[in-house]
Design a binder for this molecule. Sequence first.
Ligand SMILES: CC1(C)CN=C(N2CCN(c3ncnc4sc(CCF)cc34)CC2)S1
Length: 466
Amino acid sequence: MAGFREREKQYFPLQKIQDVVDLFKDQLTTPDEPNLALLSIVLGLIENTLTVNRALPNHIDSSQSLEPIFPVVELSIVEALYTKFVTQIKRSVDLTKFPDGNATRELVKFVSDVVWSSLMRSYYKDKAHLQSLYSYLTGNKLDCFGVAFAVVAAFQVLEYKDVHLALSEDHAWVVFGEDLKDSAEVTWHEPVICTRQMEVASIVSGINPSINATTDSVEMASLQQDLLWLLHDLGHLEKYPMALGNLGDLEEISPTPGRPPPLDLFEESIEANKKYYNNRHVYPYTYLGAYQYRNMNYKEALQAWADAASVVKTYNYNRQDEEIYKEFLEIANDLIPQMMKSVASDNAARIHHTSILYNPDCYSNFLRFYDGICEWEEDSPNPVLHITWANQLAFSLSKFDCSVRKLIALPGTGESSSSSEEDSEEDEEDEVNHNKDNKKDDKENITQTDDNKIEKVVKARGRRRK
Ligand SMILES: CC1(C)CN=C(N2CCN(c3ncnc4sc(CCF)cc34)CC2)S1
């Protein structure tokens, strides 16, 4: 692949967000492929300027208008970095040793080692802004997504068309060969297998506008939002639930006039999950749950979180699912307890029994949430629950009104009937044991009416685990 053609050059210097959108649109509507290395360098350079090395004026006097500090992206800089990448890849890979036009495992391993060997020996891999080729070429640092993306971009430079990016919710790797089924990773369920355009979507979705823990670059977030809408309109987010969820979050922060509301995007993300990934992704539901929680739609938040737990229960938890574990940890031990405190102090709702604490559906979803997490842990090589989980469960459970805690859903009928307080211990044991036999049938919810019965649930779970 030669240097830049007139086609790319005409957009430089990039001086505002629209210039970048125009460049991406041209790259995404060319008959040939979008240039992954070019686009990643451009995004990385802008992100680095707007978040890491913010060229803030050293003083802002009254005369100086607060002009956005969008960096001017000169062609010469981008072309120099691009040439550095192309030269490094072509110099390192002697293709005469790989005559076959299709990538092989050996060649993927070889190119991966070329990328790996040029990285800094040791650095904090989870740091922000290490996802782009700009970071790779100027700092020799890449995060796990960045390494996989760099390998795919390298294969594009070598003019291979059968090497693509594979994405799970926690991991990124390379797939290659005829049906793109060859890859080192076999443990991941329902990965997103990217087209070249979805690979562009992955670097746009991976834009990190964070300046620090509390501040985002408005310009960077706005650029990400515009590029995600461009990709959405071209149909390249159709099979990318996480990118759709990302766009929903951005639309909540800064709604784009004329565009659908965040809930529509979270719904699109869930539908894509069901249609293309056998409903095996968790994040579409936790995106929705977080949105509902932020907007105090607590009944809907519990529904979404219960749906997320119903997905995760089909998995076994292993240390690679760190991000998903942290997600459920925050929901169970932070968001739900906060929510319970908030509604418990809502006296009006309490008096009129309108709060979620009196709502059987909310209680049912609350139990379904915990049931899913317990099943997730069952048969897993790594433990999920620890005492904090049990303490927070006890706290949240106790906030529900005893009227809903007595309800027991009759097996299969969807009916519920209030159980007499005198239920014998044996009956409850039976219910727990009975429920154990039908652990997959999550329509059945048994309830425990007070704290000492929580131990029974946890103990019953313990029995299942053996
Ligand atoms: C509900 C949430 C906690 C909010 N943000 C979330 N994410 C932010 C965006 N994320 C992503 N967005 C697009 N593509 C990818 S590929 C990938 C695995 C590592 F490569 C992660 C990820 C990860 C998930 S999930």
